[in-house]
Design a protein around this ligand. Structure first.
Ligand code: 5AD
Ligand code: SF4
Length: 440
């Protein structure tokens, strides 16, 4: 019998990427294969994101395109899941605007997917199943991972921080930590399957373990994971500056496998804006942390998230952000225009910033940022680094791409049988977005 095929589109962060690996795992376990061609699919899924308006609009656009496929293929099932579906308003919008959607589920009930598919086939009516918030963590879900040599591993779910601009605490619910035994077992199994790099995922990894009634915390986890044979690199994201402890900096310094890279979102350099964002640290405290990190871990790459145009942000506030960018000298940064998210405190703030001003500041930020990134990359020239090889380069089949421990993207000539290996590369040239090198 012909196997059924699914097509999946994933929006948003690595948390969603990893949820899609679980969705894929569930689908493979009930006999589906993946297809990259939506016209050949029996099931089309959209794993959605709500973090900014553009992520939301993209999904509506894509669903509009699917309507035609649905009318030509009567057996096609369409499913929408992910963060957007955790909010009732968005579900209502999907059901009224796109009545052909068959299945809607959320971030807490991926394991129900096989049942939802069976119900959709038998009932021929729309199935909606959402668990709004739960302390329950479903372990042992099958996962079909994108890469063999590197893996995403959840350590916390949800967020308790309620940054005033952010929708995540409402979509992903209250913070909960996975039992260390479950994390360690998952990673031991990955190492047996030749996985070399793990990225620990959480909205705020630094508060890992806060719900436990013992002292086991994120640094404890790093020390334990550092002992697992076969795993060569440990990464994590995201760290909240308010919870970044000296103990964590020491763990990063002491654990050989923990990579020399930290993603530490600043969001804004203005203390007034930070307060209104409910970030619970000041510019000065953030810079102190950065100096301590740089001192303990020489050569560490530092990346960040920056929001431009938060309500009430003045020119002076914005220049404080630029000041931080210059002082830290980021290796890279995700930069965002503030986007109103319904239901968050910042959406109700009166002093929203005009779009033109937001864009002007955004462009100015990039003008300041790019030369810094370029300069940091230049420091790699004529030096040798270990690079974990990821894939064949998209633009030139003779080239491979990989990452340094500091997470720099490297292009170099090589055979594809090196994928998944750690190779030694001498860097010959450096651009803003990647380094070029040769195998040594
Ligand atoms: N507008 C713009 N950027 C946002 N982020 C979160 N919410 C918003 C919003 N409403 C950004 C933050 C966060 C990253 C994942 O997305 O910088 O760190
Ligand atoms: Fe959103 Fe703040 Fe939680 Fe990050 S820490 S997910 S920005 S509320």
């Amino acid at each position: 019998m012909k196997k059924l095929a699914y097509y999946i589109e994933t929006y948003g962060c690595q948390m969603n990427e990893h949820d899609s690996e679980k969705i894929a795992g569930m689908l493979h376990s009930i006999g589906y294969n993946e297809t990259n061609d939506k016209t050949k699919a029996d099931l089309i899924l959209f794993n959605t994101c709500l973090i900014r308006e553009n992520a939301e609009l993209k999904v509506y656009g894509k669903l509009g395109e699917i309507k035609k496929l649905k009318s030509t293929n009567k057996n096609l099932l369409v499913a929408v899941c992910g963060c957007m579906m955790q909010i009732k308003n968005n579900r209502d919008k999907i059901t009224s605007k796109f009545p052909f959607v068959d299945i809607i589920f959320g971030t807490n009930n991926i394991h129900e997917l096989p049942q939802l598919i069976e119900d959709a086939y038998t009932n021929h009516k729309r199935n909606i199943s959402i668990i709004e918030d739960t302390q329950y963590i479903k372990e042992d879900m099958p996962k079909t991972r994108k890469y063999k040599h590197k893996a995403l591993v959840n350590i916390t779910y949800g967020c308790n921080n309620f940054c005033s601009y952010c929708v995540v605490p409402y979509t992903r619910g209250r913070e909960k930590s996975r039992d260390p035994k479950d994390i360690i077992n998952e990673i031991k199994l990955l190492s047996k399957q030749n996985c070399k790099e793990i990225t620990l995922l959480g909205q705020n990894v630094n508060s890992y373990g806060k719900t436990f009634n013992n002292k086991y915390d994120f640094p404890s986890l790093l020390y334990d994971l550092d002992k697992i044979d076969g795993i060569e690199r440990i990464r994590f994201m995201t760290s909240h500056p308010k919870d970044l402890s000296i103990r964590l900096i020491e763990a990063m310094r002491d654990c050989n496998k923990v990579c020399e890279h930290i993603h530490l979102p600043i969001q804004s350099g203005s203390n007034k804006v930070l307060k209104n964002m409910n970030r619970k640290y000041t510019k000065e405290q953030y810079l102190e942390l950065i100096y301590a990190i740089k001192k303990e871990i020489p050569g560490i790459a530092i990346t960040t998230d920056i929001i431009v145009g938060f309500p009430g942000e003045t020119e002076e506030d914005f220049l404080e952000t630029i000041d931080v960018v210059k002082k830290v000298e980021y290796d890279s940064a995700f930069t965002f225009l503030y986007s109103i998210r319904q239901g968050t405190p910042a959406a109700k703030m009166q002093n929203q910033i005009d779009d033109n001003i937001k864009h002007k500041r955004f462009n100015y930020l990039l003008e300041e940022l790019y030369p810094i990134i370029y300069k940091k990359n230049q420091e790699y020239i004529n030096r040798e680094f270990n690079v974990l090889v990821d894939t064949v380069s998209k633009n030139n089949k003779d080239y491979l791409t990989g990452r340094t421990r500091t997470n720099k993207l490297v292009h170099f000539k090589g055979n594809k049988n090196l994928i998944g290996e750690i190779v030694r590369i001498k860097i010959l040239d450096a651009k803003t977005w990647f380094l070029e090198g040769i195998l040594v």
